[in-house]
Design a binder for this molecule. Structure first.
Ligand SMILES: [Ca+2]
Ligand SMILES: [Ca+2]
Length: 330
């Protein structure tokens, strides 16, 4: 009986639109990511902007123009925002591709002052810069009248739409939701596209969510700061080659075993940081500083004063890795 009641309640809540998503900042279950979160490893480094009209149904009004392209780059809150206008887009690139890791992988920052006046955007990702896949957005905001130019939107009524949270708090997205998408490699996402939601209820211009519902957000907004005000896009998981696995697999010591000299090399062209090397004994004591070298460069190690035995080479950059070195007698 209890099961039946739950099933009926579930059906009622689904059809009546009571379903709710992650709530506003400060409430239990909020998913906002602060710009200083330790989970963030990178920010967007390139952007291409295609602004939309200040008001989608008036061609002569001109495009939104507040902000500059580069305001979308770098850390949230460090520079102004760029206004996209109705249906405008920003396509962001990154130093290293974004990958699907545990939980959320990227976050989009807008500039809402109060977390009540929310401007929304769809978020799409691409591995090749041509095929973009949209996170399945949902909006349960009332669409009978639409949201006025300065109207509020309830955070808990929108899902997979950027702009849920106030300035300095990003809305996060999880690439694993797109794992079955054709033409997208969620382990190598090079581009993120932000697409302003056109909040109008006019059927010819309205934006629709993944289930075909109109998405309401403030409209009309016939002013230069019309549309989604993009502040920044943060990355939580990426394929930075400056990782332990890459360094370890790219690190060559030869010959092995060696006698009076050996060579070190990092055969990884994408490695950009200088590397410092040391020769350690097996207890971890430093025997010799080997100096710094660059990727594709080679260090010669003089072992003429070193006894036969087993040693460790320590490489240090952003992380440390170790490799065994066997020195045989002469
Ligand atoms: Ca993920
Ligand atoms: Ca909008």
């Amino acid at each position: 009986m209890k099961k039946l009641t739950s099933a009926i309640l579930f059906l009622l809540s689904a059809t009546a639109g009571w379903s709710q998503f992650a709530p506003a900042l400060g409430q239990s279950g909020a998913i906002a990511i602060h710009r200083d979160s330790a989970a963030i490893v990178a920010w967007a480094t390139t952007v291409v902007i295609d602004r939309g009209l200040m008001q989608i149904n008036i061609d002569s009004i001109g495009d939104a123009w507040a902000g500059a392209d580069e305001d979308a780059l770098g850390r949230a809150g460090d520079n102004p925002t760029i206004s996209l206008g109705d249906g405008g887009t920003a396509t962001l690139g990154f130093e290293f591709p974004i990958k699907d890791g545990e939980g959320y992988d990227l976050a989009v920052f807008e500039n809402s002052f109060d977390g009540l006046f929310l401007e929304l955007a769809f978020v799409e990702v691409s591995s090749d810069g041509e095929r973009f896949v949209r996170f399945p957005a949902l909006s349960l905001t009332d669409t009978s009248t639409g949201t006025s130019a300065f109207g509020y939107t309830q955070t808990a009524k929108v899902h997979n739409l950027a702009g849920k949270y106030p300035m300095n708090y990003g809305t996060p997205f999880d690439l694993s939701e797109l794992q079955d998408s054709v033409g997208l490699n969620i382990q190598s996402v090079r581009y993120v596209r932000i697409v302003d939601v056109i909040g109008t209820m006019l059927p010819d211009f309205a934006s629709r969510d993944a289930e075909g519902r109109k998405v309401a957000d403030p409209w009309p907004t016939p002013f230069p700061s019309s549309g989604f005000d993009l502040d920044a896009v943060a990355v939580m998981h990426n394929t930075d080659p400056a990782s332990l696995e890459t360094l370890a697999s790219a690190f060559e010591i030869f010959p092995q075993p060696c006698s009076n000299q050996a060579f070190l090399r990092i055969a990884e062209p994408s490695w950009k940081q200088p590397i410092t090397a040391k020769l350690l004994d097996t207890s971890g004591r430093c025997i010799q500083q080997l100096g710094s070298f660059s990727p594709e460069g080679t260090i010669e190690i003089d072992l003429s004063a070193v006894n036969a035995g087993t040693y460790l080479i320590e490489l240090e950059s952003s992380e440390r890795v170790y490799r065994k070195l066997c020195v045989k007698g002469f």
